[in-house]
Design a protein around this ligand. Structure first.
Ligand SMILES: NC(=O)C1=CN([C@@H]2O[C@H](COP(=O)(O)OP(=O)(O)OC[C@H]3O[C@@H](n4cnc5c(N)ncnc54)[C@H](OP(=O)(O)O)[C@@H]3O)[C@@H](O)[C@H]2O)C=CC1
Ligand SMILES: O=CC(=O)O
Length: 324
C-alpha cells in the first residue's frame, strides 16, 4: 500500500501526478484547526505533508502520530518547530538553491526601485504630473559605486554580492556568524560587525532567516546607527526588523527609504503606516515568485518528500540527525 500524504498547496498537474505515483494524496486547503477537525482521520494516518507557510508546531504534531516527513515549498522554515519534529524523528525538507538567484534579483530590484524612486515616479506619470522637464523633486540617488552591506552572507547574500560587485561596482560589507572566504575572494567583500556595517553602508540588505537570535535584530537603536541617506532592504523575514521602529525612523528621516518584501504581519494590513510613506517600496513577499522558480521549488519539494519517505535523502534536510 502507498503511504498517505497531505498536500496543502496547489501543484502543477505533472508534479501532482509524480506525487500520486508514490503516495495516496489528500489535497487540503490548509492546516488550520478547522481543517484538522474536519479531516481528523486523514491527519491521523498521514506519513508526509507538503505545502508552505502554515504553522507546524507541537499542537499540530499531536494530530499526526504517523508523520515521518514534512516538505516545505520554501527555503525558510521558521514556521516549523524543528526541535519538536526532530524529537519525534520527523524529517524536515526544504528547497534551498533553486530559488537563490531569483530572490537575489528581487533584492536588487528593491535596491534600484528605492534608490531611483521607480514606483513613486511611475505613479506620478500615471496621474498626469509629468507636464514638462523634470526637476530635482523627481531625482533619485545613484546605486553604482555605493557601499552595499549584506546581513546574512548565505546562498542569497552571496548571489546579491555577485550582482552588486560585478554589475554595479559596489564595495561589499557583510555580517554573518562566520567569515565567508568565497565572498571575500570573489567579491572583495569585507566582514564587519553589525554596528560597523550599519554605520558605513549606503544600502543595508537583509537576507537572514528568522530565529530567536535574529528576531528584532534591527530596532530603533540599530536604525539610529545608519546614515540618514541610507536605504534598508529586507527580503529575509519581517520580524527581523522591529517594524514600529522602522516606521518611526522613516517618518523622522533617520534613514532615507526602505524596500520591503517581508513584514511582521503578512499580508501587510491595508492600514499599515508603511503604505502611506512615499519612501517605502512594499512588495507582497515575491522574493521567489517567478513561474520558473516556483515550479522548480514545487518539483524540489515533491522530490524531497519522495526521498524522505523512501529513506533516500541526499540533500535538503534541515534535521539530518533524524535520518541516522
Ligand atoms: N522574501 C522571500 O521570498 C524569500 C526569503 N527568504 C529568506 O532568506 C533567508 C536566507 O536564505 P538563504 O540565503 O538560502 O539561507 P542561508 O542559510 O544560506 O543563509 C543564511 C545566512 O544568515 C546568517 N545568519 C543566520 N543567523 C545569523 C545571526 N544570528 N547573525 C548573523 N548572521 C546570521 C548565516 O550565517 P552563517 O553563514 O555564518 O551561518 C548565513 O550567512 C531564508 O531563511 C528566508 O527567511 C528566502 C527565500 C525567499
Ligand atoms: O520566503 C520564502 C522562502 O522560500 O523562504
Amino acid at each position: 500500500m502507498k503511504p498517505s500524504v497531505i498536500l496543502y498547496k496547489k501543484l502543477p498537474d505533472d508534479l501532482l501526478t509524480r506525487l500520486e505515483n508514490h503516495f495516496t494524496v489528500t489535497q487540503l486547503d490548509d492546516l488550520s484547526p478547522d481543517t484538522l477537525k474536519q479531516n481528523a482521520q486523514v491527519f491521523a494516518n498521514t506519513e508526509g505533508i507538503l505545502g508552505s507557510s502554515e504553522k507546524v508546531d507541537k499542537a499540530f504534531l499531536e494530530h499526526t502520530p504517523k508523520l515521518r516527513a514534512a516538505s516545505t515549498v520554501s527555503v525558510g522554515y521558521d514556521n516549523f518547530d524543528v526541535d519538536a519534529l526532530t524529537s519525534r524523528g520527523i524529517a524536515l525538507m526544504h528547497t534551498p538553491t533553486v530559488l537563490t538567484e531569483t530572490v537575489a534579483d528581487t533584492m536588487m530590484t528593491l535596491v534600484l526601485a528605492t534608490a531611483r524612486r521607480a514606483v513613486e515616479v511611475a505613479e506620478r506619470v500615471k496621474i498626469g504630473e509629468w507636464q514638462g522637464s523634470i526637476g530635482p523633486d523627481w531625482f533619485g540617488i545613484d546605486v553604482h559605486h555605493k557601499t552595499l552591506g549584506i546581513l546574512g552572507m548565505g546562498r542569497i547574500g552571496l548571489a546579491l554580492a555577485q550582482r552588486a560587485h560585478f554589475g554595479f561596482n559596489m564595495p561589499i560589507l557583510y555580517n554573518a556568524r562566520r567569515h565567508h572566504q568565497e565572498a571575500e575572494e570573489r567579491f572583495n567583500a569585507r566582514y564587519c560587525d553589525l554596528d560597523t556595517l550599519l554605520a558605513e553602508s549606503d544600502f543595508v540588505c537583509i537576507s537572514l532567516p528568522l530565529t530567536d537570535e535574529t528576531y528584532h535584530l534591527i530596532g530603533a537603536e540599530q536604525l539610529a546607527k545608519m546614515k540618514p541617506s541610507a536605504i534598508l532592504i529586507n527580503a529575509g523575514r519581517g520580524p527581523v526588523i522591529d517594524e514600529k521602529a522602522l516606521i518611526q525612523a522613516l517618518i523622522d528621516g533617520k534613514i532615507h527609504a526602505a524596500g520591503l518584501d517581508v513584514f511582521e504581519q503578512e499580508p501587510l494590513p491595508i492600514d499599515s503606516p508603511l503604505l502611506s510613506l512615499p519612501n517605502v517600496v512594499a512588495l507582497p513577499h515575491i522574493g521567489s515568485a517567478t513561474h520558473e522558480t516556483r515550479y522548480n521549488m514545487a518539483a524540489c519539494a515533491v522530490d524531497n518528500l519522495i526521498a524522505a519517505l523512501s529513506g533516500k535523502v541526499k540533500e535538503n534536510c534541515v534535521n539530518p540527525q533524524v535520518l541516522k
